[in-house]
Write a protein that binds this ligand. Structure first.
Ligand code: 4AD
Ligand code: MG
Length: 507
């Protein structure tokens, strides 16, 4: 424990705005440093915020320490809190004493721009930047709100196993694990749902919330190998009830983040008006209607127009880049150069992403026009559909062939199932997948056989249909995809502290 200096109370940066005029001690890390003549400005972060600490040559002991401090060293500073409109948070600290706690030589993640691979390899340090901290806080608040929603609606939390004997969501994405000396492999859970169904028959309304594993062999911006999923399961619920639950749930989550994490959303540059628009009722389409929409002339013409506009945008971005590079060449001061470097780096990223997107655009446009009933809606189709609405889009009744064995077929048309997917707007795509479950014993046995699954591990699951079966259902919401949408992030990799994807296991 660092010593208390000058008997000043230890405070967090978050508390400072209320303490103007008082003397305090802060403990934290050096995020940045700037020198100007007879003052050194230390930008200190402590996990609750950033504070500018001003060290003057008139306090020689502090001055000598301050001049030697390096990025991300840990330190303790004492001084008087002074109101200053220009400072972040409206206050700064007039420093009287500085102590170095732990040094930091050549901190690798400088404030210069870095490529994504470099940042992911340094994820343990990358987390220290304000942007990453903002995402983690929003994730925290989202998770709290998820639990609160279910707790407020009489759901009981039931933890389901992570080591399971078989597939629930398709054998293709199972991670096998050696289990003691047994000959048969066991697997990491793709969902808690099957176990949760038995808990729903015991408790009525239940939810599970935990890590989920899928050996996704494609690298996309929407897929992780390890992600967190919350799954409610409700006895006596049918498809229309599930749609209502999903809508109320999403509205609750967005409201909670907006109410509690506005500064973090601002830090990320999120357009909050888009989130404020997330109100009932959400648009609803059946899969068949969604397919008709995808294939329509209206959508086709819109996609063509958008393609043309995006090509123009790419040209403009490239012109901007040339312009910014010229400005960079003329910049004299280091901070100016660094500012241009960051901006040029972001611009290059934007150009690269748009360029890549434009290359495959003709395929996507044709894919939508010729989409045939029966195929699964993939990422491209989800993007096209979800961008047309300013609220999440609920699509129901998919073809049976593209969905899991446990979904209940439509009573009037066995080619369709009673399921729902919820697609987040702005092109984010699926954040919720769920369904009413097959509750009839012989129908479920038949489905298991049709899928070529070994029925042995599912006998206990069939028991739920043998003893007091009732209509029931539920859904799963992916935390990371929801964080990506709410934060407005292009890629899912920043939404979890340590992402696990194909080809990434470090740190
Ligand atoms: O649609 P999915 O596969 O549904 C289920 O697992 C059901 N058993 C849920 C239920 O009915 N209880 O997955 C649900 C959600 C998706 O909508 C998505 O948000 C997320 O989980 N998800 C993934 N997130 C990140 N990476 C992946 N590889 C994901 N796969 C699914
Ligand atoms: Mg799904």
């Amino acid at each position: 424990m660092a010593e208390k200096m000058d008997d000043m109370p230890i405070k967090s940066i978050k508390e400072l705005p209320a303490l103007a005029g008082q003397s305090v001690t802060l403990r934290g890390w050096l995020y940045g440093k700037r020198s100007g003549g007879k003052v050194v400005f230390l930008l200190v972060r402590d996990g609750t915020g950033l504070c500018q600490c001003v060290v003057s040559a008139a306090t020689p002991a502090a001055w000598d320490v301050a001049r030697e401090l390096t990025q991300e060293c840990s330190l303790q500073v004492s001084g008087r809190v002074r109101a200053d409109m220009r400072a972040p948070g409206g206050v700064e600290l007039e420093v009287t004493a500085v102590h170095l706690i732990g040094g930091a030589d050549d901190y690798p993640v400088s404030r210069k721009p870095h490529g994504v691979d470099f940042l992911l390899n340094h994820r343990h340090l990358w987390l220290r930047t304000p942007r990453q901290a903002a995402i983690l806080r929003i994730r925290h608040t989202l998770i709290q709100a998820i639990r609160r929603f279910f707790d407020e609606h009489d759901f009981t939390l039931v933890d389901t196993p992570l080591l399971v004997p078989g597939a629930a969501e398709g054998a293709g994405t199972l991670f096998p694990v050696r289990y003691f000396d047994e000959a048969e492999a066991v697997y990491l859970a793709q969902t808690g749902q099957l176990y949760l169904e038995s808990a729903a028959m015991a408790l009525g309304r239940v939810y599970c919330f935990g890590p989920t594993f899928r050996a996704e062999k494609s690298k996309t911006r929407r897929h992780l190998a390890e992600f967190w999923m919350v799954e409610p399961e409700i006895a006596f619920a049918e498809l229309p009830d599930l749609v209502e639950w999903a809508e109320a749930f999403i509205i609750y989550l967005v409201q909670a983040v907006m109410a509690e994490r506005r500064p973090e959303l601002m830090e990320l540059g999120r357009d909050v008006d888009r989130l404020a628009a997330i109100q009932a009722p959400f648009p609803r389409l059946t899969y068949t209607e969604a397919v008709e929409l995808l294939r329509s002339t209206e959508v086709h013409e819109e996609l063509q127009a958008e393609w043309a506009a995006d090509r123009q945008r790419l040209t403009r971005l490239r012109e901007d880049l040339v312009e910014q590079e010229a400005q960079r060449a003329q910049a004299r001061k280091r901070w100016q150069q660094e500012k241009w470097d960051r901006s040029i780096h972001d611009l290059r990223e934007e150009i690269r992403a748009l360029d890549e997107d434009l290359r495959t655009r003709p395929q996507h446009i044709e894919g939508a026009r010729h989409f045939t009933w029966g195929a699964d809606l993939g990422g491209d189709e989800e993007t096209i559909l979800s961008r047309r609405f300013d609220r999440p889009l609920i699509i129901t009744e998919y073809p049976r062939g593209v969905k899991a064995f446990y979904m209940k077929p439509h009573p009037d048309d066995p080619r369709r199932v009673l399921n729902l997917d919820v697609l987040a707007p702005e092109g984010y795509g699926e954040i919720i997948g769920g369904s009413q479950r097959e509750d009839n014993l012989s129908a479920l046995k038949k489905r298991i056989a049709e899928e070529g699954m070994d029925p042995a591990p599912y006998q206990w699951y069939l028991d739920l249909r043998r003893y007091g079966s009732v209509p029931h259902g539920g859904f799963g919401l992916g935390v990371e995809r929801t964080v990506a949408w709410i934060c407005g992030l292009r890629h899912i990799r920043e939404t979890i502290p340590f992402p696990r994807m194909m080809g990434r296991m470090t740190p």
